[in-house]
Design a protein around this ligand. Structure first.
Ligand SMILES: C[S@@+](CC[C@H](N)C(=O)[O-])C[C@H]1O[C@@H](n2cnc3c(N)ncnc32)[C@H](O)[C@@H]1O
Length: 236
């Protein structure tokens, strides 16, 4: 049990039409800039949720396929995009042939996947030679900060960002806005070693700041960025 089935309705509401503020102001602008002008023949979105990123990428992809093990999220994805291709599956065993996709995306899903090493190896397997693996993930000090994060003074001002047990891989329950899910923390080195072991080459790495958002929120990100955006390439 990871909480996703029980949280599905609240999650769908939290995303609205344009994604939650983190996606709208931080990660989507960074991804748009990274993939600007590129076209793909077939994108696979691993952990697609209610299908937002598949819908967003449709103008740039001849075909999109989303996979997710959470049935009510795949039901919503099919309802919101009746022509789309959505499959109930986990990232650890992708039901696709080798080299079937020229773009594979994991958009804020790696921290939800219990066996991330298997999932990364599967993403590399289904990627065509020369293809791109797009990864949007939470920073490791964000996931290591579960239950800690901002320390405040008596006036409520944020004094420091706290995290602990950075090198311990673990799962923590996270609660917000009616959503209660199990999130996995792994140090950045664990993820990077898994991508390198899968034979991928790093082409892009960013810790994006919000674009056009509230200045105080932007300042928080400059103190402690919450997301990383990476592009890995499978050798041609
Ligand atoms: C934070 S949501 C992100 C959803 C979507 N990518 C987005 O950005 O809106 C994480 C997703 O990972 C999915 N997930 C959980 N376990 C998974 C697994 N083993 N393999 C793939 N996805 C999984 C959840 O069902 C959920 O849809």
């Amino acid at each position: 049990m990871n909480g996703w089935t029980e949280s599905a309705e609240a999650w769908i509401a939290s995303q609205g039409d344009e994604g939650d503020p983190s996606r709208r102001f931080v990660t989507d602008p960074a991804v748009r800039m990274l993939l600007a002008g590129r076209r793909f023949s077939h994108m696979l979105d691993v952990g697609c949720g209610e299908g937002r990123f598949c819908r967003l990428m449709k103008p740039q992809c001849a075909r999109t396929t989303g996979i997710d093990p959470t049935v009510p999220l795949i039901d919503a994805a099919r309802r919101l995009d009746p022509d789309g291709d959505y499959v109930i599956a986990g990232g650890e065993a992708l039901p696709f042939a080798d080299a079937a996709f020229d773009l594979v995306a994991s958009y804020l899903s790696l921290g939800d996947i219990p066996d991330y090493r298997a999932a990364i190896s599967e993403m590399a397997r289904v990627l065509a030679p020369g293809g791109t693996l797009l990864v949007v993930n939470v920073t490791a000090f964000n996931s290591a900060g579960a239950g800690l994060r901002w320390e405040r003074d008596l006036l409520g001002r944020k004094t420091a960002y706290r995290f602990d047990r950075y090198m311990d891989e673990r799962a923590d329950w996270e609660d917000w806005k009616g959503i209660r899910i199990l999130n996995y923390h792994r140090p950045l080195s664990a993820y990077m070693q898994a991508f390198l072991s899968a034979g991928l080459t790093l082409r892009h790495f960013d810790e994006p700041l919000p674009q056009g958002a509230d200045p105080d929120w932007t300042l928080d990100f400059a103190r402690a960025p919450l997301f990383v955006v990476m592009a890995w390439q499978k050798p041609a």
